[in-house]
Design a protein around this ligand. Structure first.
Ligand code: HEM
Ligand code: HEM
Length: 184
């Protein structure tokens, strides 16, 4: 009995508990999409004119997928798909704040980009297949504000991702706990 208790105590905190399969799947698909969409967006400003439109198309079409995946992910999270964090209060607040902000910016990014391109008068034709309905048409008055929101949000998202990655590495390499396991 004592031996079993000792053994359980040596297991990493939270071991055996993983986020629901839907949440884990959405995490990695969104991660891959964002890690592709972000640099593609930045490159738009630097590539030659003959390929610029292709960069816009791929950037916007991939980025648009993020919006729908994030809405599904939010639904899973709100219906109990995440395991409860067992950590000291301040760590819990830090982790939950960064996760919450990541959700916010992962929704704001595609929404602002989508509205910006429509406001500039270039509706999204998803991978060239069909035109996506938009609540706004060409609206030059707000187009540059929407673009500015999109561009600023991109840098805030990058900062949040850096914090997120640093925390994941800290848990895995320094603390050697089960944090990474929860999302794999
Ligand atoms: C997670 C999704 C997205 C990410 C992470 C993202 C990221 C970026 C980044 C890093 C830039 C370059 C900003 C700069 O030059 O400083 C950019 C530009 C741009 N993105 Fe996105 N983007 C996303 C989704 C979208 C979507 C869905 C659309 C449109 C349907 C879009 C439209 C644009 C446009 C038109 C630009 C050029 C600058 C502008 O006029 O705003 N993006 N994006
Ligand atoms: C590429 C390497 C990445 C690693 C190693 C990683 C690692 C992790 C880990 C270990 C967790 C679980 C945290 C916990 O249960 O307490 C997690 C959750 C999370 N990650 Fe990542 N992540 C990566 C990429 C990303 C990216 C690119 C984003 C978005 C920009 C992101 C957004 C999130 C969010 C919002 C959560 C909260 C759980 C959820 O609702 O899905 N991650 N990540």
């Amino acid at each position: 009995m004592r031996a079993t208790e000792d053994m359980l105590n040596t297991l990493p905190q939270g071991a055996g508990q993983r986020h629901s399969v839907g949440l884990r799947f959405a995490h990695w698909v969104v991660a891959v999409l964002v890690l592709a969409t972000w640099p593609l967006g930045l490159m738009i400003g630097f590539v030659k004119d003959d390929v610029k439109l292709d960069f816009y198309l791929v950037h916007e079409s991939l980025g648009f997928l993020v919006l729908w995946l994030m809405l599904v992910r939010l639904g899973i999270r709100l219906t109990g798909g995440a395991v409860r964090l067992e950590a000291p209060r301040h760590e819990k607040i830090a982790a939950e704040s960064v996760h919450g902000l990541l959700y916010l910016f992962l929704i704001l990014m595609p929404v602002s980009g989508f509205l910006a391109t429509n406001a500039h008068g270039f509706p999204l034709k998803w991978f060239g297949l069909f035109e996506v309905w938009s609540p706004i048409g060409k609206t030059p008055d707000i187009a540059f504000t929407l673009s500015a929101i999109h561009e600023w949000s991109a840098w805030i998202l990058l900062g949040l991702f850096a914090l997120h990655l640093a925390a994941a590495l800290f848990h895995h390499v320094v603390r050697r706990d089960a944090t990474l396991y929860r999302i794999l």
